[in-house]
Design a protein around this ligand. Structure first.
Ligand SMILES: [Zn+2]
Ligand SMILES: [Zn+2]
Length: 230
């Protein structure tokens, strides 16, 4: 497979061709090369590979596509740093490389593709022409992956003593002698959860077409009247 074929496949999976795809595909290729892995990795190599992606942007999709790591297989880890970087960890050897996309590469796009006037086109072309040494910085890093973060069967389950929710993989929090899920400690991305039900909630797939089933007649058990709608 050529670079262009790989890029086209990654762009198709992502939804569009963008500069992030070029950088992401190249970043993934460099990571696999540093780990001595094939493109795509063999099944045996894939079992040893964990990739930490530090941004939820276009390049992240390319890295996942080219390497074959998946959130659902626990081989793709998301570190919400807002940094254009990814770390490739080999579980067998323990070696890990963190690859960062350089800011200079953005500034140098005009130099590498002077014939292009459109900014996006210029980046698309320039990021193919730049050597890895201009596009990236590489760090050798140490990554301590906890047992509960490894791929494979669930190693730990706990039950939240406030809401009863089962929490997997050691993500429970111990607070004042109680075992709690993260939302119950106030550390959630949402707030004011209120359980709702509606008549059509009894829908099952064999019942017919996938109609838009909005909870139109939903009612709430409104415990807290003091809240204003937000
Ligand atoms: Zn994109
Ligand atoms: Zn809870």
């Amino acid at each position: 497979m050529t670079f262009d074929e790989l890029l086209a496949a990654s762009a198709a999976a992502h939804g569009h061709l963008c500069p992030g795809q070029v950088v992401g595909v190249r970043l993934a290729l460099l990571g696999l090369r540093l780990q001595g892995m094939a493109v795509p990795p063999t099944l045996a190599q894939l079992k040893d590979l964990i990739v930490y992606v530090e941004m939820d942007r276009c390049a992240g999709d390319a890295v996942a596509y080219v390497t074959g790591v998946r959130l659902g297989r626990r081989s793709l880890k998301f570190a919400d740093y807002g940094i254009m970087a990814a770390t490739f960890l080999n579980l067998r050897t323990g070696r890990a490389y963190r690859i960062l996309s350089t800011e200079e590469s953005r500034e140098l796009a005009a130099l590498y593709a002077p014939e292009e006037t459109d900014k996006v086109r210029q980046q698309l072309v320039a990021y193919r022409r730049m050597p890895d040494s201009v596009l990236f910085r590489v760090q050798e890093v140490e990554v301590e992956l906890r047992e509960v973060d490894l791929p494979g069967p669930t190693r730990a389950k706990a039950t939240c003593q406030a809401c009863g929710q089962v929490v997997r993989d050691g993500r429970e929090v111990r607070q004042n002698g109680r075992v709690l899920c993260r939302p119950c400690t106030g550390g959630a991305y949402f707030r004011r959860p209120r359980e709702i039900v509606w008549p059509e909630m009894n829908w099952i797939p064999s019942a017919g077409p996938l109609w838009p089933l909005r909870p139109s007649s939903a009612h709430e058990d409104d415990h807290d009247q003091k809240d204003s709608p937000d």
